[in-house]
Ligand binder design. Sequence first.
Ligand SMILES: C[S@@+](CC[C@H](N)C(=O)[O-])C[C@H]1O[C@@H](n2cnc3c(N)ncnc32)[C@H](O)[C@@H]1O
Length: 362
Amino acid sequence: MAEELYELGYTQCEQLNRAVQISGSWDDVYKLNLFCRCAISILVEIDQFFIQSEEDLYKRSLQIKWHEIFDVNKTFAVKGAIFSPIFKNTHYPFLLVKDAIVDTFNKRFNQRPNIDVKTPNVLFDLYIKDKQVTISVNTSGLPLFQRGYRSSVGAAPLNEVVAACLVRMSGWDRKQTFVDPFCGSGTILIEAALLAAGIPSNIERQHYAFKNLKNYNAKCWEDIYQGATRIVRQLPCNIIGGDISDEMVLKARRNLRKFSFGRLVEISSTSFDQLKMEPPVFILTNPPYDQRLAANILDLYGQLGTWLKHKMAPSSVCIISSSREGFNAIGLKASAKHLVYNGDIECEFRKYELFEGKKDLN
Ligand SMILES: C[S@@+](CC[C@H](N)C(=O)[O-])C[C@H]1O[C@@H](n2cnc3c(N)ncnc32)[C@H](O)[C@@H]1O
């Protein structure tokens, strides 16, 4: 995230636990929602304070001018994370803040906003670490991996934000031929193509919770949205995908059709080892792994390793998988390993540099 923000021109950025923080204006909030590929949500801090007791949370929350943030006719919800011995029940802090919001409106207007836990118009984030409370408004609402471009998914799709982060972490230069030989519904290919084309990953998304806030400036948002690149006639590199399943290939093609570059991405219905391409290429892929897809993992990964060694050198290869046995069966020495999560599945992301000759063998 920090690296992506730097590229977007936000050079002063503090890294927190699973978050990064910058200072900015509401223009920046709109820009970040549209342009960040690696963020799940963009939060704007409303207040930060210390508490000694449960009651303190309610009292301090009553002091926030909620009615200046949203109108009584909007629905809302309070979500977040609690790491504090002050609360025995970790649901209770959310109820306290919700009560403070409702009571603020009731007192002022004799009217209260309704709660909608599933699809609220306005979403607040409550984070409590020991005695420190941070309350933010979640300006994205639905998580930003809901990009609006993927209507067809397979049995084990990769979350779009994870795919974007992997493309970034892989170090791909956005010029070398990019290949996903196990492309499924095409998430990695689409995120790679969007990055290479300079099109925001959220260009197809219309829903943002900031549109429901009182300070929403429609003109400012429209200027930012209309100013973004959305159409390209060519890509700066070849992007190639393949999948053994005809059904998945159809899904990937259907998802790609939403974009101007859709026809420029070649997808073949074939096993990885029959994919037509000449090394050197840049491979980033998510082969099947046991938790979600039944497959004879060890055989498949063994064949993948042999194909990479004998057919694909010299190339760079990045693989995300939760199967340690699978990685062992590949039989190549990784140049980098990272622990990553795909949803709640713990995975590893390994990078390999394939050289001609025997240098890369274990
Ligand atoms: C984990 S899924 C990939 C999901 C993909 N990243 C997405 O976001 O939709 C693995 C894919 O590998 C495909 N597959 C299995 N064996 C294959 C083979 N030998 N060659 C090519 N694809 C294969 C499956 O059909 C499945 O779509």
